[in-house]
Design a protein around this ligand. Sequence first.
Ligand SMILES: Nc1ncnc2c1ncn2[C@@H]1O[C@H](COP(=O)(O)OP(=O)(O)OP(=O)(O)O)[C@@H](O)[C@H]1O
Length: 288
Amino acid sequence: MLQQPGKPWTWPGRSITRLTWRSVAPRKITMGVFDQMMKDFRWMLDVLDIALVAFIIYRIILLIKGTRAVQMLIGLAVLLVVFVVSQLTGLYTLQWLLDSFLTSIILVIVVIFQSDIRRALMHVGRNPFFADVSYREETQVIDELVTAAVNLANKKIGALIVIERETGLKGFLEVGVEIDAKVSSDLICAIFLPYSPIHDGALVLQQGRLKKAGCFLPLSQDPDISKNLGTRHRAAIGLTEMVDAVAIVVSEETGKISAVVGARMTRDLDSTSLRRILTRLLDPGKKG
Ligand SMILES: Nc1ncnc2c1ncn2[C@@H]1O[C@H](COP(=O)(O)OP(=O)(O)OP(=O)(O)O)[C@@H](O)[C@H]1O
């Protein structure tokens, strides 16, 4: 572009005025048509907008149903009601206090619900457990897991078995020992025998196979967990707070079998109830 003293900016051979008029005029017409279209179909966008927000709220409710997050949400709702009441009644100090708290509410929500948010975001990277396995093999895997858990429980041998579902477990497998074997109850029992060098830690299943043993999982920091539960159970809860995996825990102390998913533990299972839970959660026959 060139500029001579006292003259407008020019592109070689054209003045800016002409260039601007030519380019803007058709754009004005296009914008007019676009605006009109947006006005005509506004109701459609409104319906889409409401449907999307309803869907997001529905998914959030499904995600937090039955978790600690519900109690915290109720707590936040109570604070909101107190804030409105303090505004209506003119309780200025209380109003100021709650106002300062509620202005940073987004930050508070992110901190309180960090594990739920992490779990929801991780859901995006889908990686179904039975992606490359036939239906017959799928039910066989569940049978082998149930047999192993029952055998270990009968002998009061402690075990922690983690089954990956849609969320990848790669980040938790760094310290484990590679196995990559077909799922067999005998092999699972052998891994957890007290003299086995890899009996400590968790056995992890991925894509229908025994992938790694001796894996170290994050321990839950939840203060509400019963004091009777030690680190094996806490590790199962800790992992499932973060990912959608299923954990089977066999207690060395009591010989009881538990299944943990979404940080919720179902205790004292027998072979029938464990099979039912695994069949529901792993959903054999359904491909992702
Ligand atoms: N962070 C962890 N990740 C994986 N496995 C763990 C972890 N912490 C402990 N374990 C396993 O749990 C075992 C200790 O279990 P502990 O007795 O503390 O727990 P527990 O929940 O009381 O189980 P149990 O009822 O079997 O005694 C360890 O030997 C180890 O195999």
